[in-house]
Ligand binder design. Structure first.
Ligand SMILES: [Zn+2]
Length: 493
């Protein structure tokens, strides 16, 4: 038993800095009491200069992105996707190192659970997914891992794109073929059947990447597989204006309307980004209980626009907050993502009543994320019976000097530098700023080796991406300039 004594506790909707003792038994919180009330024998941790919060939840990330920090600069989403194959790992060591870096960075910055859409080409495998899952397990971070999948390449997915290409480029693109739907669905079935990791630590989910990148047969088969094994479906939806218009060009209606027709929307469907949803799309999501992973950092970095999160919350849609992959928004700092969620809402909404308050942003990043991961009541809050996933922040730090309002300062001041100790499931993962079981220097060396290795392996793919880039960019620009009844851009018209 462990007693965390005399700390200030902040948990959305319950505590905002009250002094409490937290008793931990096994992997759960056994009690939260007024200071000095626990008489049972326990290892005692002095938290008198600490603010204690539930571990933050990262609602959307990509393990493979952790090896691609800083490679993207002025890339809109479609150009970013064009470069995807260049920055992907190809071996188990690549997958392992990428996932270890992300999980460890999250812990160092106060996050204890994540929804990870990891990409493995041409199709997910038991070995690949297990490498990522075991890395999360090794660090201790809870995760849902949904391999990103498609049966159309980016180029095949964009209606009319290939038709206007010069012949030589067309020929090169024709050589890029994704695995057939059936192969990928079978691979997912094998992974689901052979899953051996406790699902309260790491679980398997399905990540068909973007609606129009997946054939209807593929989506129907994944819907059925999700139903058969009780798996979530996590998908990127209405991320950019070209993305939403390409969907309309393909389906004659929004991708969300099409997903509804396919019968894939439901309470375990998670839609990421959702920048360009219109009112009808939001109503569809609310009707079906779909949840949204809001990624304000990536939405700004890729110039996708600003999602109207307040409108979603008003309709009763559950919203979690994500850092997104480190290739798009280039870190795994959930304090930053939480602050950006609060800040971007103030650019979207004219009335201050529409803005996300500090409490709103904190609730989305803890309670919202917990629900989105399917662990509502288990993580994301500090209360008796919940998992002991806790972050201790030093209050003798600039972010809390002086301490006026804990939740407001968590959202508006904290940048991860005050993180002192992180416990997941009752086990210390980080103590006094140091990992208990991870050698960070050794991981850094492994990262250098695999990155060099990937540069060599992906040299051909990189050359191809260079050839395709101007065509993809001009296609996306043309779509971005088209009229649409929703506008999520800010700044000059
Ligand atoms: Zn994503």
């Amino acid at each position: 038993m462990i007693l965390i004594q005399g700390g200030r506790v902040a948990s959305a909707g319950t505590w905002n800095g009250e002094f409490r003792d937290i008793l931990i038994e096994g992997d759960r919180i056994a009690d939260v009491t007024a200071p000095g009330n626990v008489t049972r024998e326990a290892e005692t941790i002095d938290a008198s200069r600490m603010l204690i919060i539930p571990g933050l939840v990262n609602a959307h990330t990509h393990a493979h992105g952790n090896l691609a920090k800083g490679v993207a600069d002025r890339w809109p989403l479609e150009v970013f996707l064009n470069w995807g194959p260049w920055s992907l790992g190809r071996t188990v060591e690549h997958y392992r190192v990428a996932a270890l870096i992300g999980a460890a960075e999250m812990v160092r910055k106060g996050c204890t659970a994540a929804y990870d859409l990891f990409a493995e080409y041409p199709t997910p495998s038991v070995v690949g997914i297990e490498a990522v899952a075991r890395s999360y397990q090794e660090i201790g971070v809870r995760a849902a891992i949904a391999p990103m999948m498609a049966d159309r390449s980016l180029y095949e997915a964009m209606p009319g794109f290939i038709d206007v290409l010069p012949t030589d480029v067309k020929r090169e693109i024709a050589e890029i073929r994704y695995a057939p739907a059936q192969t990928t669905v079978e691979a997912c079935r094998v992974i689901a059947q052979s899953w051996a990791i406790p699902t309260d630590q790491v679980k398997f989910a399905l990540g068909p990447t973007i609606p129009h990148h997946c054939s209807d047969d593929f989506l129907r088969a994944l819907r059925d597989l999700a139903c058969e094994f009780g798996l979530d479906i996590h998908m990127h939806v209405a991320e950019s204006k070209p993305d939403v218009l390409a969907g309309i060009d393909r389906y004659g209606k929004t991708a969300v309307a099409h997903l509804q027709d396919l019968g894939i929307l439901g309470p375990r469907f998670i839609a990421a980004h959702c920048v360009w949803l219109d009112d009808n799309d939001m109503a569809r999501f609310a009707d079906h209980g779909v949840m949204v992973a809001h990624n304000p950092g990536a939405n700004m970095k890729l110039g996708s626009g600003l999602a109207d999160v307040r409108a979603m919350i008003q309709r009763g849609i559950t919203v979690g907050v994500g850092a997104d992959g480190s290739r798009s928004s280039d870190n795994q700092n959930m304090f930053e993502a939480m602050r950006l969620a609060a800040f971007t809402s103030r650019v979207v909404g004219r009335m201050e009543s529409e803005w996300l308050s500090a409490e709103d942003a904190f609730a989305a990043t803890t309670l919202g994320g917990a629900k989105l991961l399917g662990w509502e009541g288990e993580i994301g809050e500090i209360r008796k019976g919940a998992k002991a996933d806790l972050v201790l922040l030093r209050t003798a730090d600039f972010n809390y000097m002086p301490l006026n309002n804990p939740i407001a300062q968590l959202v508006f001041c904290e940048d991860g530098t005050s993180v002192h100790t992180v416990m997941i499931g009752g086990r210390f993962v980080l103590r006094d700023g140091k990992f208990t079981r991870l050698d960070v220097n050794a991981l850094s060396k492994r990262a250098e080796i695999v990155t060099e290795d990937m540069r060599r392996i992906n040299a051909e793919a990189r050359k191809r991406a260079e050839t395709f880039e101007p065509h993809v960019a001009s296609y996306a620009q043309a779509l971005a300039g088209r009229d649409y009844h929703v506008n999520r851009f800010s700044g000059r018209p």
